[in-house]
Structures are given as C-alpha cells and as structure tokens.
Ligand binder design. Structure first.
Ligand SMILES: CCCCCCCC/C=C\CCCCCCCC(=O)NCC(=O)O
Length: 535
C-alpha cells in the first residue's frame, strides 16, 4: 500500500516520532505548570464544603432554639424596611452581604493563583459598610478573571440562574444576582467594566447600578486586570429594589469613605435630588442600531416609556451616535489596549475555564496571525474581523493616548447630543432575557447596550419591568440581527425558550448624577409595580 511505503521511509518515521515527542513534551509542560493550581483547587473546594456544613449546623441550631421563627418573611423584606425594624428593635439580625476584599478571606477572581492569599485588611467599601453595622456573611461566585459575563470558574464551577437552571445568572457578579433572586441576601456588591453588575441583575430579575468612575472607592477590590484608565472598572451595589440601592449608596457616599480613600470626591448623597418629584425630560431608544434587541427588550422600553409619559414625564426619542465605532474601536480598543497581556499573565499556569477559552485562545495567537485572521474575516464576517484587530492591542503609548483622546471626543459628542435635547435622563434596553449557559462567550457583541456606558463613564442602572411573554417568544422567529453573522445567530439561540424570565430596562444619567439615576430607576420601579397591582 502506498501509505505503508511512506511510513517505512526513515525520515517520515523520524518526523512522526519528533511530532509525537513535541506533543507529549507540550502536554507534560502544561501539566507541570498547572500542578500548583490543580493542588490548590481541591483545598479551596474543601474549605467551601466545610463553610457550608458550618452554615447548615448553625441554621439547624437556630431552628432548634427558635422553632417558631420563620426567616422567610425577614429575608424577603426590602433593606429599607429591615433597617426600620432593626431601629425599632423589632428585629436583630446579622446579614448584609459583601463580596469585596475582606480581611482573612481569599478573593480568587476564579484564579487558582489568587487562592491561599487572604486579604490582610478590609477593602474601603467593606470598612465603611461594617462601620454602619453591616455584617458581610458570604462571598459569592464570579466568572474567571471577571472578564466574561457568564459565571463560571474552575474552582467553584458554574452558577445557575434560579429562574431557569439551563440559563446563566450572567456575570461577572452572577453569584450575587442568583443569591438575591433566591431571597438569600438583601444587598451585594459587584464591579462593572462591561455590564458585570447590570447583566446579572437583569438576568436574575433584581436591580443594580454602576456608578460614575471614582465616585465609590475601588481600593481593596480584587481584580485580574487593573490599570485601565478608559473603560474603567467601577464598584456598585445589587439589590432586590431601588430603595435598597439608594440606602447602600447613602451609607457609602460619606465623609468616612472620602477619609479612607481621598481619591474619591467628597460628594455626599444628595437627598433632595433623589426625593424630588419634578417631571423629567427622558430620552429613550429601543435599538442602538448595532445589536438588534430581542422582542422582550424592545417591548420593555415601549412599556416603560408609555408608563412614564402617562405619569406626566416628557419622553423624547434618542439615537446613539456611531455605535459600531464606539463598541469596537473605542470600547474594545480600551478593553484590550495591552493586547490582553495582563489577562494572559494572570492566567499563566492556571486552568482556563471553558467560558474564557474563546477569548484566551484568540488573545494567545501571535499578532501577525490575529492580523491575518482580521484580514480574512473582513470578507466573511466583518465584526469578527474587527474583534481580531482590537485583540492586537494599540501598540504604542502614543496610540494609547490617541485612543483616550478619541474616547473623550466621543463622550463630548454624546453629551452635546444629550444637551441639544435638554434631557435629564435616558432610557434604553438592558440585555435580556438570560442566556443559555455557555452563550456569553459566543455572543460577545451583544453587551453593546451596557458597555456603552462603561465607555462613556455615565451612571447606569437596571430595573426589572416585565417578563418574556409567549408573544415575545413567537416574534423571535423573525429575529435576524443587523449583521446576520455568528454573534447575531448565537444571540438568538441564547435567548430562546425564555417565557416567564425577567426583562429589565436601563436607566442612565450624566456623570456624577447617581442620585438622579436612582430617582429615575425608582420612578420606573413604582410605575411598573402600580400597573401590575392596580389600586
Ligand atoms: C472570534 C472570537 C474571538 C473572541 C474574542 C472575544 C472578545 C471578547 C469581547 C467582548 C467580551 C467583553 C467581556 C467584558 C466583560 C467585562 C465584564 C465586567 O464588567 N467585569 C467586571 C470587572 O472587570 O471587574
């Protein structure tokens, strides 16, 4: 046989042996490099099991001591009412959640190399909350490195969405979203670079807000990627209602926080802005022209803008300028300005979670190959081409400054448009309904509605307003997406089969206007609640 003749050639045999040797060597080196990570993971899992056993034992002891006590009505109380009851001595209970760097605890970011390095002291947010009586009681699951909006890592596994166990709770702060949705907590803290507070909140049917950069302290918050100066990561709370978010920000925006971290402005919570009821001028859009909204996302904006109009507010159409440019060139440009070097460094010797493989494998390619793929994909799927271009990084400090300047110019262009319409606030879709597990990595352009406000650095929060109806589901049959590419196709697959799942809207204000943003969110929440429960 001709094949056998080839195989009997000594050079071919030599080549095959060399190839096999190289593969074996590669696998051994990888195994050896991952060995420390592999050994830390079972220990972390054991610590978690022990903690859960201790919690179960404590719960059992409480049940025996107080057989009459029903904790459910307490856990379901909004934070504000809980505080009122505690102040009135009707309740004494120990539970406010915080997942930030906390003395004596690991903040792993889903990375084995961050394990067994407990924080030496509390982060500023934890310090301020503790000083006001908060008792952090649990750290919740996140996506590996926080650079994905799924919620999975090789240490603690995949978190599921309590509304549908085949769906992700979103990420990166997906554990917080799931715990709040299940009534297991009353307040959580997350971080947001591309929707990591707002996506889990909207996927799980709770509220969340990303504040203007630097308004809340970021000191002591663990992260796999630090140092970005555009598209910066910010802290923010998640809770079951807007009043709880306001209570949290009221507590944090204090002299105490400013004293502990003078890089935050001394700008205490402005009560009169939050409690004002003057009618608002509200801009709104159902589509950003880049990610075709799911039928439920568009319906959520329609429903909310009608309720707002009926309540006496002025509602004005708004269109987002140059979304494609803003998403790829500016947002992804800043996200991967270093070509992913920082992220890859943090993953060295670690097991890469399946939810991160797409990003990590693409980043690991040599720049020349990324450029070649960008060129090829230009003729097949232009959006994939743009992703590969951005994954090369900016190249030089001069280019980075040019990018920062372009971001500032876009910010001014957006503000000028906002001002020309004399708007107070803006209403947009969030990202809904929850995706099937594994899909965030496949539909990576669909975060455009949320990432825009990371790029602009505006405060933006999400409020659940409706659930997916059978009619929304039927209308998905006509969903094609604006680009008809793999990301559009994956988005459609990700959101199918979601009748009954939560759908939120996004409420946006200008920088430093967190109180106005919250006031707008509260207005939306109240109007939706009132129409669901007519007097
Ligand atoms: C052809 C496929 C190539 C895949 C390349 C992947 C490109 C990834 C693009 C977008 C994903 C962006 C995810 C950003 C998530 C940020 C989440 C967040 O807010 N994190 C919080 C934090 O950083 O603290």
């Amino acid at each position: 046989m001709p094949g056998m003749i080839w195989l009997s050639h000594p050079l071919v045999v030599l080549l095959l042996v060399a190839l096999l040797g190289a593969v074996l060597l590669g696998a051994t080196v990888l195994f050896w490099r991952q060995a420390p990570a592999r050994s830390k993971i079972p220990r972390a899992q054991k610590r978690r099991e022990e903690a859960l056993r201790r919690m179960a034992a404590l719960a059992e002891r409480l049940r025996q001591q107080e057989p009459e006590l029903d904790p459910k009505p307490i856990l379901e109380l909004p934070l504000e009412m809980l505080v009122q009851k505690m102040l009135a001595d009707e309740l004494s209970l120990e539970s406010v959640l915080c997942s930030y760097l906390e003395e004596g605890h690991d903040s792993s970011c889903g990375l084995a190399q961050f394990l067994e390095k407990p924080a030496a002291k509390d982060g500023v947010i934890v310090k301020v909350l503790k000083a006001q009586g908060a008792i952090p009681f649990v750290k919740t699951n996140i996506s590996q490195t926080l650079q994905s909006y799924d919620c999975s890592n090789p240490i603690y596994g995949q978190t599921l969405n309590p509304q549908n166990l085949k769906k992700t709770p979103g990420g990166s702060s997906g554990g917080e979203g799931a715990l709040l949705a299940e009534g297991g907590s009353i307040l959580g803290m997350g971080t947001d670079t591309g929707g990591s507070i707002r996506i889990p909140a909207s996927f799980c049917g709770v509220c969340g807000i990303r504040v203007t950069g630097y308004r809340l302290s970021y000191s002591g918050v663990a992260s796999a990627v630090k140092g970005r100066k555009a598209g910066i990561t910010v802290a923010g709370p998640l809770a079951r209602d807007v009043e709880s978010l306001a209570l949290c920000l009221r507590a944090l925006l204090s002299e105490h926080m400013h004293r502990l971290d003078p890089t935050t402005p001394f700008l205490p919570f402005r009560e009169q802005v939050y409690s004002s009821n003057r009618p608002l001028r509200i801009g709104y859009y159902e589509s950003d022209g880049f990610t075709q909204p799911s039928p439920s996302m568009a319906r959520a904006v329609k429903l909310t803008s009608r309720l707002l109009r009926d309540a006496g507010h002025q509602v004005i159409p708004f269109s987002v300028p140059r979304t494609e440019y803003a998403f790829f060139h500016l947002y992804q440009g800043t996200l991967f300005a270093d070509g992913g070097a920082t992220l890859l460094e943090k993953l060295q010797g670690d097991i890469v979670d399946p939810s991160m493989k797409n990003t990590v494998n693409s980043l690991r390619l040599p720049d020349s190959l990324k450029r070649f793929l960008a060129w090829i994909w230009k003729y097949i799927e232009p959006r994939v081409s743009q992703i590969f271009e951005m994954l090369c990084g900016v190249g030089t400090p001069k280019k980075l400054w040019e990018l920062h300047q372009a971001v500032e110019e876009y910010q001014q262009e957006f503000i000028a448009k906002w001002r020309s319409l004399d708007l107070d606030v803006l209403l947009s879709p969030a990202l809904d309904p929850a995706f099937y597990i594994g899909y965030p990595a496949k539909a990576n352009t669909s975060i455009s509605y949320l990432a825009l406000y990371n790029l602009l650095n505006f405060p933006a929060g999400v409020v659940p307003v409706t659930t997916v109806t059978p009619q929304d589901e039927k209308e998905l049959a006509f969903y094609k997406g604006y680009y008809r590419d793999s990301s559009d196709k994956n988005f459609l697959e990700a959101v199918r089969g979601s009748v009954g799942l939560s759908v939120a809207v996004q409420c946006i204000a200008l920088p430093w206007e967190e109180e106005l943003c919250l006031r707008f969110m509260k207005e939306v929440e109240t109007l939706v609640k009132n129409q669901m429960e007519p007097k």
